[in-house]
Design a protein around this ligand. Structure first.
Ligand SMILES: CC(=O)N[C@H]1[C@@H](OP(=O)(O)OP(=O)(O)OC[C@H]2O[C@@H](n3ccc(=O)[nH]c3=O)[C@H](O)[C@@H]2O)O[C@H](CO)[C@@H](O)[C@@H]1O[C@H](C)C(=O)N[C@@H](C)C(=O)N[C@H](CCC(=O)O)C(=O)O
Ligand SMILES: Nc1ncnc2c1ncn2[C@@H]1O[C@H](COP(=O)(O)OP(=O)(O)OP(=O)(O)O)[C@@H](O)[C@H]1O
Ligand SMILES: N[C@H](CCC[C@H](N)C(=O)O)C(=O)O
Ligand SMILES: [Mg+2]
Length: 490
């Protein structure tokens, strides 16, 4: 694309000082990835300032630069107020507004985003539609998977992936939209058809000033719904009516709303709920009819996830029969309440609970079905919200017979300092142990386990690494638990 055409996406941009007939081969925000003919965008990051790398970008072949301040360069430098937002606008234009060709569902909320996206994948695949997914575990088109460092990638990677989805005739895009992404404008310009809200509870207070600021970030998904207005497309906000933030989110959108819930009056609800250790059953009540669902997913929180997915599928025109068969056949989501079974006579569950609310939900569920002792192995991530650490330790102790506090991904923090923050939250007299080495902590829990006990290993779920400092070491809770059980003779 010609630089001139690309720059037409920036309002009031009228700099004719440069050779705007320059051909731009692609856009980059990372100097190390720049190739001849690229446009380099300087981003002021959290760790370094991208403006420092303009020289390197030019050496690698950048033919023009977008920056927030004057820099000396042998190529045209276009100055804008906010390079992050400009990058989102330019990437959208460069890849030809790919989300206008793909029906897109965005899922936001503190917990349940990944789960809801995989429920939706199953529903749309059963409806014979090709899906594309973007989220915490991976990005995916049909059966092909791609890794991503973020739950919601930066605007450039995101628009590139949407273009790929569009080229590969994806019929339904489904993505997790993190509060960081909303706040940093990573999803600016994405044309969502359905925006889903799961719930709001404490997390990410390292980044957001307070819970109101966190909610404000989440609300951006709803206020931008339908901005790329197209009268042929109906847009829907799917909102958890039982969550205290639902009112604000409903007021944040001018589009249709579909509410779901089990307590307050809602458009889509679950009645006659039955929960047991093998799954859940309920009557799914919707504006297009009611059906009985029997699912293998465990816990009340998963009923909410199923309601959210059903509501979005209904908004997209999927029949209740397809929704029922998909929800009844899905076995679970990678690393979410995943049983690790080598034939032992006690239960081991690996789960991704890494917030106070998710840990409480999951332990409440375990407690409801426990026939004997409950052990939890849990830690908190380094370089993340410190205030959730004592709360998570308190919850770990409240619902279990033994809490083994350990490391999650310490990142650049001292693991013992993280554990000290956790221990501050302990209030009850019952037992706890602190074992900083996660492998040892898992082995210890398995060593203690007797017939009919339950061990919950929380926080890392699907992750296959442990990040210590800046290095990611191979680490999979499930593999370590299996080895420990086999070493014990099960
Ligand atoms: C705090 C945060 O969000 N950081 C994100 C951010 O990194 P950054 O701004 O620090 O980037 P930087 O390293 O300072 O670099 C600034 C600029 O210089 C450029 N650069 C850098 C070095 C070089 O040699 N040349 C060069 O050009 C970089 O490409 C970049 O454009 O931009 C990066 C690229 O998009 C992200 O990968 C990175 O996410 C990191 C991995 C992260 O941990 N983010 C977390 C907090 C996050 O966003 N999490 C949410 C999910 C939370 C949830 O569970 O809900 C997410 O959506 O993932
Ligand atoms: N609707 C829910 N409400 C509360 N807790 C939930 C809910 N759904 C899942 N959980 C718990 O939260 C954990 C994480 O679930 P999931 O990965 O679906 O959430 P997420 O919102 O994608 O998380 P992340 O912010 O890390 O992307 C699960 O392992 C489970 O313990
Ligand atoms: N997306 C979340 C994941 C947390 C997972 C947990 N294992 C941790 O490392 O803290 C985050 O980056 O805050
Ligand atoms: Mg997720």
């Amino acid at each position: 694309m010609k630089l001139k055409k690309l720059l037409s996406a920036i309002p009031f941009y009228n700099g004719n000082r440069f050779d705007e007939d320059l051909e731009i081969v692609d856009i980059e925000m990372d100097s190390r990835k720049v190739k001849p003919g690229f446009l380099f965008v300087c981003i002021s990051g959290f760790t370094v300032d991208g403006h420092q790398y303009a020289d390197e970008a030019v050496k690698n072949g950048a033919v023009a630069i977008i920056a927030e301040k004057h820099i000396e360069a042998k190529v045209p430098v276009i100055i804008v107020n906010d390079t992050s937002r400009t990058l989102a606008i330019l990437a959208n234009k460069f890849y030809d507004f790919p989300t206008s060709n793909i029906p897109l569902i965005g899922v936001t909320g503190t917990n349940g985003k990944t789960t809801v996206t995989y429920l939706l994948e199953k529903i749309f695949n059963d409806n014979k539609e090709k899906t594309g997914i973007i989220g915490t575990i991976q990005m995916k088109i049909g059966g092909d998977t791609y890794s991503t460092p973020n739950t919601t990638p930066n605007a450039l990677d995101l628009q590139r992936f949407f273009k790929k989805m569009s080229d590969e005739q994806v019929e339904q895009g489904i993505m997790e939209v993190s509060s960081h992404a909303l706040d940093l404008g990573r999803v600016y310009g994405c044309d969502y058809d359905v925006a889903i809200f799961t719930n709001l509870s404490q997390d990410h207070l390292d980044y957001h000033k307070d819970l109101d600021d966190y909610l404000r970030a989440k609300s951006l998904l709803f206020s931008q719904l339908g901005n790329n207005y197209n009268q042929d497309k109906q847009k829907f906000a799917v909102i958890n009516a039982d969550d205290t933030s639902s009112d604000l989110l409903m007021r944040s959108t001018a589009q249709h709303t579909l509410t779901y819930g089990c307590q307050k009056k809602a458009d889509i609800s679950a009645e006659n709920i039955k929960l047991d250790a093998s799954g859940t059953s309920f009557m799914l009540v919707t504006p297009i009819g009611s059906l009985h669902i029997h699912s293998k997913l465990i816990g009340m929180f998963n009923i909410y996830n199923m309601l959210a997915a059903s509501a979005a599928a209904i908004a997209r025109g999927v029949s209740l029969e397809v929704i029922k068969s998909a929800l009844e056949s899905i076995k679970g989501v990678n690393g979410r309440f995943e049983a690790v079974d080598v034939g032992q006579d006690y239960t081991v569950i690996v789960d991704y609970a890494h917030t106070p609310d998710s840990l409480e939900n999951v332990l409440q569920t375990v407690k409801e079905f426990a026939e004997n002792d409950i052990y939890v192995v849990v830690g908190c991530g380094g370089d993340r919200d410190r205030t959730k650490r004592p709360l998570m330790a308190q919850i770990a102790q409240k619902y279990t017979d033994l809490a083994i506090l350990t490391s999650d991904n310490p990142r650049t923090e001292d693991p013992m300092a993280i554990l000290e923050d956790m221990v501050e939250g302990l209030v009850e007299a019952n037992d706890y142990e602190v074992i900083a080495d996660r492998k040892e902590a898992i082995q210890k829990a398995i060593h203690y386990a007797k017939k009919d006990d339950i061990i919950l290993i929380a926080g890392k779920g699907h992750e296959t690494y442990q990040q210590i400092g800046h290095v990611k070491y191979d680490f999979d809770d499930r593999e370590i638990a299996k080895k420990a059980m086999k070493a014990k003779g099960k």
